[in-house]
Design a protein around this ligand. Structure first.
Ligand code: AMP
Length: 215
């Protein structure tokens, strides 16, 4: 049985890129609370309007809002999941353990990248909203500048990927990640992966962790 994956890392550490590869190789379902929240914004739902200002400043949306959205969008009886961008607080970690993961096997994988490298990665990130492809203007540029290789749609820069907001997001990350890592370390579930070399090398390390967790 494949373990549930709790994917941890700073903004720009490569969680989305790694999640896409894990999905392809191991048929996981990928659930990103950031993506779910952005869908609410794009659809201009009541919830979307409520959270717009918080997200634009790079602050955290309230635990109960994010948890309700997460719970509505996953069902562990029907497959194994990658939780990306969740938990962001200890309250979320406890809710995830107690109400969703329960007795399922799980691993927490932390993508380790020094902060100074992350700012450059994020400011050069461009995304294709429909296909979900993620590009980097330096390390993974699209073949035709400004357009997705797969869908041909125009690439965008996330509103919260600008330098000012990125600084806030890092601050929030640094203020919150310590207790979350301690939480999973205490349960013996934490695996740190060096995510600085390239995405293929990072992925190889993740594959090893998943294969060991299965056996
Ligand atoms: P991400 O795509 O994971 O970088 O998330 C983008 C933004 O969505 C964050 O800066 C937060 O404003 C919000 N967000 C995403 N996941 C969470 C979460 N688990 N708890 C609170 N806010 C979140």
């Amino acid at each position: 049985m494949m373990p549930q994956i709790i994917l941890l890392g700073a903004p720009g550490a490569g969680k989305g890129t790694q999640a896409a590869q894990i999905v392809e190789k191991f048929k996981y379902k990928h659930i990103s609370t950031g993506d779910l929240l952005r869908q609410e914004l794009a659809a201009k739902t009541e919830l979307g309007k409520e959270i717009a200002a918080i997200m634009e400043q790079g602050k955290l949306v309230a635990d109960d809002i994010v948890f309700a959205l997460l719970a509505k969008n996953c069902d562990l009886t029907s497959g194994h999941y990658i939780f990306d961008g969740f938990p962001r607080t200890i309250a979320q970690a406890k809710a995830l353990d107690e109400k969703i993961i329960k007795d399922y096997k799980a691993v927490a994988i932390y993508l380790d990248v020094p902060l100074k490298e992350l700012i450059a990665r994020i400011c050069n990130r461009r995304v294709a909203p429909k296909s979900g492809q993620i590009y980097n203007l330096i390390s993974k540029p699209p073949k035709r500048p400004g357009f997705c290789d797969i869908s041909g749609e125009p690439l965008i820069q996330r509103k919260d990927d600008t330098e000012e907001v990125v600084k806030n997001r890092f601050q929030v990350f640094q203020d919150t990640i310590g207790p979350i890592m301690d939480h999973y370390a205490a349960k013996g579930l934490l695996h740190k992966v060096d995510a600085t070399i390239d995405s293929a090398t990072t992925f190889q390390q993740i594959v090893k962790i998943l294969e060991q967790a299965q056996s």
